[in-house]
Write a protein that binds this ligand. Structure first.
Ligand SMILES: NC(=O)c1ccc[n+]([C@@H]2O[C@H](COP(=O)([O-])OP(=O)(O)OC[C@H]3O[C@@H](n4cnc5c(N)ncnc54)[C@H](OP(=O)(O)O)[C@@H]3O)[C@@H](O)[C@H]2O)c1
Length: 230
């Protein structure tokens, strides 16, 4: 039986390209996304190349959708070889300006969702005594970046969580844990981060505004200069 992989956040960007890469290399891919109406691009590739990719709904902020996706994979294949925690969202707003709901959201999408997906696959990988969990964190999960403290905090949390988990899960159960920390990549990421973080059309207000705008212009430029080429 083919090795299988569950990937979160495959509607665009790194997740979409990773789904294609694994399918083209012989994996059975479970490409998940929170909104299946955004699967059109992936579906075009699946059809054109007859790829072994199955689309499943999964919102990393909704535990029911995570457990349902994992249950479906187990019912079909009886195993889960790999989880790629890719879903995530940028957020750049000062701590003072972020609302409580925004703080919850950025933490849930980038950190708690990773914990919940990991929790859902672990019993199966432990039983199999094999598995791999790959996490797309960020260079912002290793180095704190200006105005990015809430996103960086969540990505640092993934690094710490995975490092701690690996100390007792890797050896006895042969479950490998890997964190990948990309820098800027030209995906929807920057656009959606900026759209979520404006306040009355501005990136920040008051004394923070000029400092913030200078910083965002710099990261946008670096993002545009890089190329997604997996
Ligand atoms: N691009 C960069 O510069 C960069 C740099 C460092 C790290 N990263 C990390 O790389 C990963 C992939 O990002 P990307 O660059 O490919 O950005 P992207 O094109 O914006 O893709 C993000 C993916 O996450 C999904 N997502 C967001 N909220 C979700 C939720 N609640 N449940 C399930 N999926 C959800 C998005 O789905 P929707 O389409 O439904 O929103 C989308 O499929 C992220 O973890 C990001 O933090 C990106």
């Amino acid at each position: 039986m083919k090795k299988n992989v569950l990937i979160t956040g495959t509607s665009t960007g790194v997740g979409l390209q990773t789904a294609l890469l694994f399918a083209r290399n012989g994996y059975k891919v479970y490409a998940t996304m929170r909104n299946l109406s955004k699967a059109t691009e992936l579906e075009t590739y699946i059809k054109a190349e007859s790829l072994a990719i199955e689309l499943l709904p999964l919102d990393v902020t909704k535990n029911d959708s995570i457990t349902a996706a994992v249950a479906k994979i187990i019912s079909q294949d009886g195993k889960i070889d790999m989880l790629i925690n890719n879903a995530g969202a940028g957020f750049a707003k000062t701590t003072e300006e972020a609302t409580e709901d925004e703080i919850d959201w950025v933490t849930n999408v980038n950190y708690t969702g990773v914990v919940l997906c990991t929790k859902a696959v672990l019993p199966h990988m432990r039983k199999q005594k094999s598995g791999q969990i790959i996490n797309v964190t960020s260079v912002g999960g290793l180095v704190g970046q200006p105005f990015n403290e809430l996103y960086c905090g969540a990505k640092f949390a993934v690094e710490g969580y995975m490092e701690a988990l690996a100390t007792y899960i890797s050896d006895p159960f042969h479950i490998k844990i890997t964190c990948v920390e990309p820098g800027g990549i030209a995906t929807e990421f920057m656009k959606s981060a900026i759209s979520k973080t404006t306040i009355d059309g501005q990136l920040a207000t008051g004394e923070y505004a000029p400092i913030f705008e200078r910083y965002m212009a710099g990261i946008q430029k670096r993002g545009n200069e890089s190329k997604l080429n997996l």
